[in-house]
Design a protein around this ligand. Structure first.
Ligand code: GDP
Ligand code: GDP
Length: 435
């Protein structure tokens, strides 16, 4: 079950402005220059209680117009595969251009639902300019102003109707769903092979999954689990920088369909930008994470090497760095049993439910010793805490003045929760509610 929106279109129509409006990154700066390399390609948003992911295909476009066209085409194709619905952005001030047509030709080949965002309708004078886009016959046209937000509510109202609202209840229910994620060549397929051998441990191939993702149930090393395998892992490609960028796009659906992500990095290369993008997607989706520093056999070591590596990695992953880090080799099979065992532990941590009485016993004492600092002379009192019945750990703290609780106190509470209960490898959400 995943709700993924892809925003596609040529440069400068307003994709990243809309992306920022739909996601938590509203404060992010919109670059005035078109064609600059952008990193923000993925974000989470929420509308009427429905959570969704947004992919912005603006990233990684450089060079002249024909390179644009090539790159846009590639990104649009991948985004279409990954997404459930597509927003095709156009600019009412320019009308349909050749580059728009190039995108239209790709969009005609998909059966996925397309919403046309006719952007830059900033005022009533511009209403009516969008009529030519109806003629494309691709989908309904929504007048938008990404800059001032008008029209985005109507668009989202209709988009969330397209999402699959039901929980997935198939054969794999109750079994940990594991995704191996990471840049190309870090050793994902080697690791999967090392763990499960030559398909000897397959229990069933679970049907009903999408064309690009095959979920297979395994029993290995005494554990029962499902591996979410995707085209991104199986398809081999020559590695260049842009392919790494696309591999981030390709990992989105895999991550969303999993419970725990085994996040693999190459020990020789350390954590790079695209590694962080993948890690960020795991975190934003509240997935469990185990970090494998793979190809450890290739590193020359002395007694300080592991510790130094670990410290550096935790620094790079901050603030979400309460995660297991394991040094592995898919080649020599060093610590691969440990890797799988830890993955199972993180799965348990992610589904852990703390009884309300235990939670309050512990946290009331913490808050008595360290109450939230008062703000503008107002005294803040947290009366009660309970874990929410969500898939991933989330806690509600009920208090008199929720709006006055500062981020550093929220972090303090998260740290205390982690000190007292085992949530290693799992993002925790904390909410403050009025009581
Ligand atoms: P992208 O390349 O498609 O991601 O486009 P951007 O979001 O970077 O926007 C390109 C330019 O159009 C920027 O200068 C934006 O400020 C501007 N822009 C975006 N949305 C609107 C809008 O709704 N109205 C107006 N007037 N300008 C907009
Ligand atoms: P993927 O693209 O992430 O699936 O990576 P692969 O599993 O295809 O591995 C990429 C390359 O790294 C292959 O040549 C593997 O043999 C090699 N490789 C993978 N894991 C290890 C490891 O732990 N040690 C060494 N030395 N090589 C590895």
């Amino acid at each position: 079950m995943s709700n993924i929106i892809a925003i596609v279109g040529r440069p400068n129509v307003g994709k990243s402005t809309l992306f920022n409006r739909l996601t938590e990154s509203r404060k992010a700066i919109v670059k005035e220059v078109s064609g600059v390399t952008r990193d923000r390609i993925y974000g989470r948003g929420e509308w009427c209680g429905v959570d969704f992911s947004v992919i912005d295909t603006g990233g990684y476009v450089q060079g002249s117009d024909d390179i644009f066209e090539d790159e846009i085409a590639k990104q649009v194709k991948i985004a279409i595969e990954e997404a459930n619905v597509i927003i095709f952005m156009v600019d009412v001030m320019t009308g349909i251009t050749d580059l728009d047509d190039a995108v239209v030709n790709i969009l005609r080949k998909t059966k996925k639902k397309i919403f046309i965002g006719a952007n830059k309708v900033d005022n009533t004078d511009r209403i009516g300019l969008s009529s030519e886009f109806w003629g494309l016959g691709l989908g309904d046209v929504y007048d938008l102003s990404a800059v001032n937000g008008s029209g985005t509510g109507e668009l989202l109202d209709d988009i969330i109707k397209e999402f699959d609202q039901e929980d997935d209840t198939d054969l794999e229910e109750g079994l940990p769903r594991i995704a191996f994620v990471g840049r190309p060549n870090v050793g994902k397929s080697s690791m999967i092979n090392a763990l499960i051998g030559e398909d000897r441990n397959i229990v069933t191939n679970i049907s009903g999954t999408t064309r690009d993702s095959i979920n297979t149930r395994y029993n290995a090393y005494g554990f029962d689990f499902v591996i979410i395998d995707t085209a991104g892992i199986r398809k081999k490609a020559k590695v260049t920088e842009d392919i790494e960028y696309y591999s981030v796009l390709r990992s989105i659906r895999t991550i969303e369909n999993s419970d725990v992500c085994v996040f693999m990095i190459d020990a020789q290369e350390g954590i790079q930008k695209q590694d962080l993008n993948i890690f960020y997607i795991c975190e934003k989706n509240h997935k469990g994470v185990v970090v494998l520093v793979n190809k450890w056999d290739l590193i020359e070591k002395d007694h300080t090497t592991t510790k130094a590596f670990e410290e550096k990695i935790r620094e790079q992953l901050a603030p979400f760095n309460n995660v297991p880090i394991i040094f592995t080799s898919a080649l020599t099979k060093q610590r691969i049993h440990k890797a799988l065992e830890t993955t199972m532990e993180v799965y348990e941590n992610r589904i852990r439910k703390i009884p309300t009485s235990v939670l309050n016993d512990v946290m009331q004492e913490v808050m008595e010793h360290n109450p939230p600092p008062s703000v503008k002379g107002k005294f803040i009192k947290i009366k009660f805490v309970s874990q929410l019945p969500t898939h991933a750990p989330a806690f509600a703290f009920f208090c008199n003045l929720p709006q006055y609780i500062r981020d550093d106190y929220k972090r303090f509470l998260e740290n205390k929760l982690r000190e007292n209960f085992d949530f290693e490898g799992v993002p925790i959400r904390i909410f403050f509610r009025k009581k």
